[in-house]
Design a protein around this ligand. Structure first.
Ligand code: NI
Length: 207
């Protein structure tokens, strides 16, 4: 086990398309995932993609804390087992070769942060609802629906696999700044969703 160094925006590994994993069940992939989970835990984020630790492969680990989840995202459809919690949280999920299919045309603008863009946060438009599928470490294919913060986090992580960091998706750079300053600036915090009291109170979780 090892805590890996996290690449920052500008490093070439974050700006390339990552390679698919041929054998999700290989010991090499298991070892990468183990180190990614340890690194995520150490960094205090909610998600990490392999390119963020200098490994250009299509692997993501993430979880959704219950407090951050969309309240209506929690009931699932009963097929996923007990990884969906009543509070909308999602257990730590290991995704090999994930794919996203948007559901509907609705987009949401909201704040994001990223371990590869330390100390910053910015408001990014994302699909409000998605389906996504991935392979487990056993090579089994899984699928889920997601909305709200859950959908946002998955889109953010999968973007890493295509060499895209959230600032590259931003349309209004006046909604980009140092997290410490933005979190003090209540009028800026409220701007993406003035009708929804959804602004993070303290610091944005990094992904
Ligand atoms: Ni990120």
């Amino acid at each position: 086990m090892a805590i890996l160094k996290i690449a920052r925006m500008g490093h070439s590994v974050l700006h390339q398309v990552a390679e698919p994993v041929d054998d999700p069940a290989s010991p090499e992939v298991t070892a990468i995932v183990r180190d990614m989970i340890e690194t995520l835990d150490d960094a205090g984020g909610i998600g990490l993609a392999a390119p963020q630790v200098h490994i250009p492969k299509r692997i993501v680990v993430f979880f959704i804390p219950g407090a951050r989840a969309n309240p209506d995202a929690g009931d699932g459809d009963g097929e996923e087992g007990d990884d969906h919690h009543d509070d909308g949280g999602i257990d730590l999920t290991i995704m090999i070769n994930p794919e996203i299919i948007p559901v509907g045309d609705e987009m949401d603008l909201d704040w994001e942060a990223c371990l590869s863009v330390p100390d910053m946060m910015g408001a990014v438009s994302r699909h409000s609802a998605i389906r996504y599928r991935w392979q487990t470490l056993d090579g089994e294919t899984m699928e889920r629906e997601a909305s709200g913060f859950h959908a946002r986090a998955v889109q953010h992580e999968c973007d890493h696999l295509d060499g895209i960091l959230y600032p590259m998706r931003m349309e209004d750079l006046s909604l980009f700044g140092f997290a410490e300053e933005v979190n003090r600036n209540k009028s800026l915090l409220a701007r993406p969703n003035p009708e929804v009291d959804d602004a993070p109170d303290e610091e944005e979780e990094e992904a």
